[in-house]
Each structure stands twice: as structure tokens, then as C-alpha cells.
Design a protein around this ligand. Structure first.
Ligand code: SF4
Length: 342
């Protein structure tokens, strides 16, 4: 067996520690970073910058994997259900591990590593869930969780001596003391510690609702990645039953929304006035364009001004169409805003 393994890398402390533990045992580790609209989306957009950051900060050369189509398929019908919101954690983990497992031969890797800790998370890190994930991922005996390995039965790489079990961890539960001590041993200080990521958006109540409504709208089919991406940011309006309008709320959302160039998306903003970038998707009729322009004006610095014009097009760098933007009230806009409290 090769002294090479694949790791699921989230950018969080636990996965960094798991990788370091394997490197300490002289393994070459291939860290896979699974990106979806709900987690790590910016890594898909700014791949180079993120790769450089992780290498500089933690010495980890991550390999981003676009997991968008997989997560859409998993959310559509998770065999093991959802967590508190629309997060199908058990099925998601199984799918990630299956994907990692399918790359083992090609990468000449001997097993797969995760930063999971027994009992740390209520849904996917209970002992029974961890056993189930191992079984259904097809990685039985080939899935090593270095941080808590000594609480689990020895895996094949441990039994054959490829991995020294005595040097693996016995962490368990929700406390972080053992992780902090190990981090200090590896020279990860409070200053260089990864800040807890925003977390997976499928565990966010409001975004889960938006995503749930989008899946409902497309049933019995499934939404595309372009449809789903419009649920992760901005204010959301439905101009008719098939036409979505997203209005960004800040510079960061402007930047992210501008990256969502997909066939069927129409970008729109008010000409000559600072304000939001908007994306309309569905029926780009004259009526919907006018409504979109009016809503966009309402959230721009030109709010209430008459005689303004919106520019639009299929790409933020090609806004060649123009449409009148009427001054409208907040109540007018609210008529189209989706109600997330239903
Ligand atoms: S929190 Fe999100 S990314 Fe993580 S396992 Fe659950 S669904 Fe998957």
C-alpha cells in the first residue's frame, strides 16, 4: 500500500489536524475540498487565491472538487433525511466519501481520512451514524478518522501497520481542549487558527426555506445550479411564478452575483447611479424587465428619482439593453418579495 492518502478538507481546524497527523506519519496527503453553492462557493469563483491562502497559512495544497450537482441530487431525496433544516448531512458525507473513494485508484491512495470526532456533531458524528457512513460510502475498513481513531475499531491500514495506531488520537465529544493542544503542538497559534467558517448554508433557516421553495417549484424535475445559486444571497423576489429576481445587498454580494453568468440569467442595474447588481431568471419579458428595473431603483441611491434607466444584458460586462426604471414604493416591492415565514 502506498504511503499516500486522500483527506476530506474543509479548511477547518479538525481537518487540518487530521492531515497533519498523517503527514507526521510520513504520508503524502491529497486534501480534497468539496465546493457547493452552500459551502465553499467562493473557492469555485476565486480558486487560485484560495489555494494560495491555504498553502501559505497551513501548508495545505488543497484540490477543489465541484460538488454542486451531487449536493443538488442529495437534497432532492436524501435517504437518511435532513438535519434541523435542509442539511442532509449523512447522505452528503456518504456522497463525498464515495467520490473520494472513487478517486483512490487514480491517485494511488491507500485510504481516506476525515477530521471527524466521535460525538462532536449530533447528526453525522454519532457512533451509529459514523458506522453507517463508513458502510454506505463503500469505504469499510478504508476510512480513517485520525482524531478519534482509538475509540473506533482498527482499520485495515492500522491492522497492517501502515498507520501507527498508537500515534492516532482519542478525541471525543464537543469539547475543543484536545484540538487546541494538538494545534499548539503543530505551531498553529490563535493568530493563525482558521476562523470558524460561516458554515454550510443548508443549515441556515432562511436559506433552507428559499432552497426548499425552489425545489418545490421545479418538482418533479430538479433545479439547475443556476437556479440554486440564486438562493444563497441577496433579496429574492418572484416576478411571476417562474421568474426570479435577486437584488444584491452589499459590495460582496455584487461581486458574487456578478460571477453567476449562466444561460438564462439577465443582469440588470441602474445606469449612472450607485446601487445593487440584480439577476433576473425566468421570463425576460418587457413587463418583467420593467418590474425588475423598478425594484432595482428602489434599492439604489437613486431611490424615488424619476426618469432613471436600467441597463441589462446576459453578462455584467455586456449590459447593452435599456429599460425605464419607475420610482416605486417599498410596498410595491414587497408584493413580489417571497415570504420566508410561511
Ligand atoms: S453541513 Fe452541509 S456540507 Fe456539511 S455534511 Fe451537512 S449538508 Fe454536507
Amino acid at each position: 500500500m502506498a504511503k499516500r492518502c486522500i483527506a476530506l478538507y474543509s479548511g477547518g481546524l479538525d481537518s487540518i489536524l487530521a492531515i497533519r497527523m498523517m503527514q507526521e506519519q510520513s504520508f503524502e496527503v491529497i486534501p480534497l475540498y468539496f465546493c457547493t453553492p452552500f459551502f465553499g462557493y467562493d473557492v469555485l469563483v476565486n480558486t487560485k487565491a484560495h489555494k494560495e491562502f491555504h498553502e501559505r497559512a497551513y501548508g495545505i495544497r488543497m484540490h477543489p472538487v465541484d460538488f454542486t450537482d451531487d449536493i443538488i441530487d442529495v437534497v432532492r431525496d436524501p435517504r437518511h433525511g435532513f438535519g434541523k433544516h435542509l442539511n442532509p448531512c449523512i447522505d452528503c458525507k456518504i456522497r463525498m466519501l464515495r467520490k473520494a473513494g472513487s478517486m483512490m485508484e487514480q491517485l494511488d491512495a491507500s485510504f481516506v481520512v476525515t477530521g471527524e470526532v466521535l460525538g462532536q456533531r449530533p447528526m453525522s458524528q454519532r457512533r451509529d451514524a459514523m458506522n453507517l457512513i463508513e458502510r454506505e460510502s463503500g469505504l469499510k475498513d478504508m476510512l480513517l478518522r485520525p482524531l478519534c481513531a482509538r475509540h473506533l475499531p482498527p482499520t485495515y491500514p492500522e491492522r497492517t501497520g501502515l498507520v501507527d495506531r498508537e500515534r492516532l488520537g482519542d478525541m471525543a465529544g464537543r469539547g475543543r481542549k484536545a484540538q487546541m493542544e494538538l494545534a499548539a503542538k503543530y505551531g498553529i497559534t490563535p493568530e493563525t487558527m482558521p476562523t470558524p467558517a460561516g458554515g454550510c448554508l443548508l443549515a441556515d433557516e432562511q436559506i433552507s426555506r428559499k432552497v426548499g421553495l425552489t425545489f418545490e417549484r421545479f418538482r418533479p424535475g430538479v433545479p439547475s445550479r443556476a437556479d440554486i445559486l440564486l438562493d444563497i444571497l441577496g433579496r429574492k423576489f418572484m416576478l411571476d411564478e417562474n421568474t426570479v429576481l435577486i437584488v444584491s445587498r452589499n459590495e460582496e454580494e455584487n461581486r458574487m452575483l456578478s460571477s453567476m453568468v449562466f444561460q438564462g440569467n439577465t443582469f440588470l442595474k441602474i445606469a449612472d447611479v450607485p446601487g445593487p447588481m440584480c439577476v433576473m431568471r425566468g421570463d425576460a419579458s418587457e413587463k418583467n424587465l420593467r418590474t425588475a428595473a423598478a425594484v432595482c431603483l428602489r434599492y439604489s441611491k437613486g431611490r424615488g428619482m424619476e426618469g432613471r434607466v436600467a441597463v441589462y444584458g446576459p453578462d455584467p460586462s455586456a449590459l447593452t439593453g435599456t429599460v425605464e426604471a419607475s420610482a416605486v414604493s417599498e410596498e410595491y416591492c414587497r408584493r413580489f418579495q417571497i415570504d420566508l415565514n410561511k
